[in-house]
Design a protein around this ligand. Structure first.
Ligand code: SF4
Length: 432
């Protein structure tokens, strides 16, 4: 069962919240998408101490996520018409699509491939229309625009042909990432139709199927019971057809790894020969401590999963409330990383998914005015720049790449890159 605000406010859980908090929640859920699964309410949140509970903070918006000005505007809107106007205005100030995601929608000739993003040569992202929701919504979501009524800000496609046509003519693509929202929201029938496309002989070059999902944390039941068995059998059959499948599991806190259900679900997925890699952004008030990450990576490895990324919170939504300065992020990562075994050192970070690519903060060197961040691209629109260190002036307040003073030579490269993407003209066939 999944709870909207209305359903939540009539539930037994709402009794834990004082009236003022419940009233605020009503206003806030007008701006930020809100949905929470029964599993999260029942098994993850400690209601006796909900204010300090990381999973409560992960799923329930708070007043501080809005500026005072926006909060006032929201409270003072009287008529329904005013409210709709204010909500729309505020949402547009929250940077719905950070880092030029719209630039990643590919075009071949006159045909635009809606629902696809293609930023790095070998990897294509696909946003199935029925997967543009989640089992619960994260308060810090960087894809929040997918869930609200801002249609011109949504990426989605329910066209199987679009996916096939784009992949068939991009033979350099080895990886498809189904993303959302959460593609695991789709029922098996819908999901399998997409997976069957990837299994077609014409798409033999697409070797790796990745599914980006938070379902293990928010709804592990997806992998249990009859539906779960059918899903895992599908994975096994795709493996036999030569596809490698990886679940890119979003876990924000080690608490999400502690229930019987998630442990069973992980075990079943691994038994089907599917790899699970774990990733999450670093978020103030939820997981901004080395102990949380160390414990999460340790537990992940123990359960058979592979720690993959610590991301920097993206510059969208309530970014100012949740973001952690890059210098703190680097220190948190380093402290956690230095206290785990080699098996967990598969993790990379802190990494910013910025316009030019995934930029990792790899070190802090020097002192005084010569203090610098050492940065490097893990992924980049221009593959020549990957894994080559570059520098930016140290700034203990900066939270994102565009707040940094980058060394002049790299800055020039970045400007040039903005003008020439190396993805253009890769298509050898005409599918328009
Ligand atoms: S699971 Fe991902 S897409 Fe869904 S609400 Fe959380 S951050 Fe957003």
């Amino acid at each position: 069962m999944f709870f909207s605000f209305k359903k939540f406010s009539n539930s037994k859980y709402a009794k834990y919240l004082p009236k003022r908090d419940l009233d605020n929640l009503k206003y806030l859920t007008g701006i930020f998408p809100f949905k929470v699964s029964e599993y999260v309410l029942d098994e993850l949140i400690d209601w006796q101490n909900y204010k300090n509970d990381p999973i409560y903070r992960l799923t329930f918006p708070t007043k501080k996520m809005l500026s005072l000005k926006n909060w006032k505007l929201l409270k003072e809107a009287n008529t329904e018409k005013d409210k709709r106007f204010v909500v729309r205005q505020i949402r547009r100030t929250l940077n719905p699509h950070p880092d030029g995601q719209k630039d990643n929608i590919p075009k071949i000739g006159n045909r635009t491939f809606e629902g696809i993003q293609h930023k790095y040569r070998e990897t294509v992202l696909f946003f199935p229309a029925h997967g543009q929701t989640c089992h619960s919504y994260c308060t810090y979501c960087f894809r929040w625009a997918q869930f609200v009524n801002l249609d011109d800000y949504k990426f989605k496609s329910n066209d199987y042909q679009v996916l096939f046509d784009y992949l068939v003519c991009n033979r350099q693509v080895t990886d498809i990432l189904f993303t959302g929202g959460d593609p695991m929201w789709m029922n098996n029938e819908r999901l399998f139709k997409y997976l069957d496309i990837i299994a077609m002989p014409e798409l033999n070059h697409v070797k790796n199927i990745r599914i980006g999902t938070k379902s293990l944390a928010f709804f592990p039941e997806r992998y249990l019971g009859e539906q779960g068995t059918e899903l895992l059998q599908k994975f096994e059959s795709l493996k036999k057809q030569g596809k490698n499948i990886t679940i890119m599991a979003h876990f924000s806190h080690f608490k999400e790894l502690g229930t019987k259900k998630v442990q069973q679900a992980v075990q079943r997925i691994l038994n089907a020969g599917v790899m699970i890699r774990t990733q999450a952004p670093l978020i103030r008030g939820i997981n901004d401590s080395p102990d949380v990450w160390r414990e999460m990576w340790k537990k992940s490895v123990f359960m058979g999963m592979v720690p993959y990324y610590m991301f920097v919170e993206r510059d969208t939504g309530a970014h100012e409330y949740f973001s952690v300065p890059l210098s703190d992020a680097y220190n948190i990562f380093t402290e956690a990383y230095s206290r785990v075994t080699g098996l967990a050192k598969t993790v990379r970070g802190p990494s910013m998914s910025a316009w030019p690519g995934k930029v990792m903060v790899d070190g802090i060197i020097g002192s005084g005015v010569n203090k610098k961040f050492v940065l490097k691209f893990i992924q980049c629109r221009n593959s020549d720049l990957i894994n080559k260190p570059f520098y930016a002036k140290y700034d203990n307040q900066a939270t994102w790449l565009d707040e940094l003073e980058i060394e002049p030579e790299m800055n020039r490269f970045l400007i040039e890159m903005a003008e020439n993407s190396d993805l253009e003209d890769d298509c050898m066939n005409d599918v328009a």
